[in-house]
Design a protein around this ligand. Structure first.
Ligand code: AMP
Ligand code: FE
Ligand code: FE
Ligand code: ZN
Length: 280
């Protein structure tokens, strides 16, 4: 079984990198890509262990980018060689911007009377600490009753403590991945929220013009109709097809490694082979 989309505790998953490798193997996954948000730390931590256990581990990442005012998740796969050092340095700059935003978010929350510190947030989220970690702390300290309430009240774009994080333009993300020898792919296109099939196709065409090379056709959020539509769109624009569960461990308990939500994900081995050969 192949799964090309998963998260470790280096970003917002619950599994430590080793645990993810063990869980993938127990689930029957033979080839896995770790695609943490904006970091390779989980991938590099898991790599020697995966090798010793015979799990085929593919280097990947999921970048948060911005296009037309919307946050777009961009997958990057490095099937032949790990990305050049310059790409890692660029990620460090992104992490600094994230940390600055987190500092401002802490200050805004403190002004609203919430007792929270950056150290607490970073103890949970490490270098990839983000709003979900803020939400967990707000929940633990009983400022809210659910994670969603933490977003609605404080952390979402219209929340009381919200502050913008400078995000990379989608086009720059695509170019950086390609320059580093990787394959950029649109993550979970169903979440783009395009209302009509025509609007969706137009959006994907724009991404192709920016240098996009792949489309995540299979994903836990995609039902059979969506999979059919994205298969056709990938063929129409000559995009490589990718797929994965988007596993986040116990944080998203419905999503299983390799098979997604109630078995709605299955990724053909040929898709991984084509990614490695880089032919659509
Ligand atoms: P960050 O990268 O730190 O800004 O956090 C982004 C993450 O927060 C997303 O990947 C979601 O998991 C979560 N998130 C963002 N907005 C919302 C929202 N309105 N409701 C629930 N979760 C959200
Ligand atoms: Fe995530
Ligand atoms: Fe995503
Ligand atoms: Zn993801």
């Amino acid at each position: 079984m192949v799964d090309l989309h998963s998260h470790t505790g280096a970003s917002d998953g619950s599994d430590a990198p080793f645990t993810l490798v063990d869980n993938a193997l127990s689930a029957g996954v033979t080839a896995l890509s770790i695609t943490d948000h904006d970091t390779f730390a989980g991938y590099y931590a898991a790599k020697p262990y995966a090798l010793s256990k015979g799990l085929d581990l593919l280097c990947g990442i999921e970048l948060s980018t911005k296009y037309l005012g919307q946050t777009i998740h961009l997958l990057g796969y490095f099937p032949r060689a790990e990305p050049a050092a310059a790409f890692g340095e660029w990620l460090l700059i992104l992490q600094t911007k994230r940390r600055d935003r987190n500092q401002r978010l802490v200050e805004n929350l403190q002004k609203l009377g919430v007792k929270i510190t950056l150290a607490e947030v970073e103890a949970l989220g490490k270098t990839m600490a983000g709003r979900p970690h803020f939400a967990m702390i707000l929940l633990q300290k009983r400022y809210v009753k659910t994670m969603q309430e933490a977003f609605d009240k404080y952390l979402a774009e219209n929340g009381r403590a919200f502050t913008e994080r400078e995000e990379v333009p989608l086009e720059e993300g695509i170019q950086r991945v390609r320059e580093a020898g990787g394959i950029p792919a649109i993550a979970h296109p169903a979440r783009l929220g395009r209302r009509t099939a025509a609007e969706e196709a137009e959006w994907i065409e724009a991404a192709v013009e920016m240098g996009m090379l792949g489309l995540e056709v299979r994903h836990s959020d995609h039902d059979a109709t969506a999979v059919k539509r994205y298969t056709a769109l990938a063929a129409r624009f000559g995009l490589l097809t990718t797929g994965g569960s988007d596993y986040h461990g116990t944080y998203k308990p419905d999503i299983k490694l390799g098979t997604g939500k109630f078995g709605n994900v299955s990724v053909p081995t040929e898709w991984l082979e084509r990614l490695r050969a880089n032919v659509s």
